[in-house]
Design a binder for this molecule. Structure first.
Ligand code: PNS
Length: 171
């Protein structure tokens, strides 16, 4: 048995961080949040504040979309972070990082992040959920591309996100 301590004992709450860019939030993310909230006692959806990238939506806009779409999930918190994910997880007393895997193409990056994060903070275990097949082809990057080229993305994102995208691109 490994020496990590992410295993849940009866008196230990499972606090999970689901980190990401969420630029924008998709139905795939939402499915992951709903499933994660059933597994964890408390699920923190953590938006990365990335000063290196120019996002489509500000962190505040993304937080508002996430809050609106997850309001029925009482154990879900929406937050943002900068810097190292493992340090943020430690600050929030989270014992688990939750990530979704869509296809084999996600595997390599996710493996690298999970291994690096485990080296840096062994007590935080990364747990992967396989994306549901109906969402496995959706990505924020593709949503942005479709919308930029005039396509309709309403079947891939929550209604509030579709609305904001329409406003942003004035349609
Ligand atoms: O939605 P994304 O863009 O795939 O999420 C990537 C994210 C936010 C999980 C990743 O970039 C991250 O954890 N960044 C924080 C910085 C960090 O801790 N880097 C080392 C991880 S190996």
């Amino acid at each position: 048995m490994s020496g990590t301590s992410a295993r849940k004992s009866p008196d230990r709450r499972l606090v999970a961080v689901y980190p990401g860019s969420f630029d924008p939030l998709t139905n795939g993310h939402l499915d992951m949040i709903a499933r994660g909230s059933r597994l964890a006692d408390h699920l923190i959806v953590a938006i990365l504040r990335n000063t290196q990238k120019q996002p489509l939506f500000s962190v505040e806009e993304r937080a508002a979309m996430l809050k609106g779409a997850t309001s029925a999930l009482t154990n879900v918190e929406i937050d943002s972070f900068e810097g190292l994910l493992v340090e943020y997880a430690a600050k929030k007393s989270a014992n688990v990082i939750l990530r979704g895997v869509r296809a084999i193409s996600d595997y390599e990056t996710e493996l690298q992040m999970a291994l690096l994060n485990r080296r840096m903070r062994p007590e935080t275990e990364t747990i992967f959920l396989m994306a549901a097949e109906e969402f496995s082809f959706i990505s924020s990057r593709m949503i942005k591309e479709i919308v930029t080229l005039g396509g309709d993305v309403s079947q891939f994102v929550p209604p509030s996100v579709a609305e904001r995208l329409c406003t942003k691109f004035r349609r």
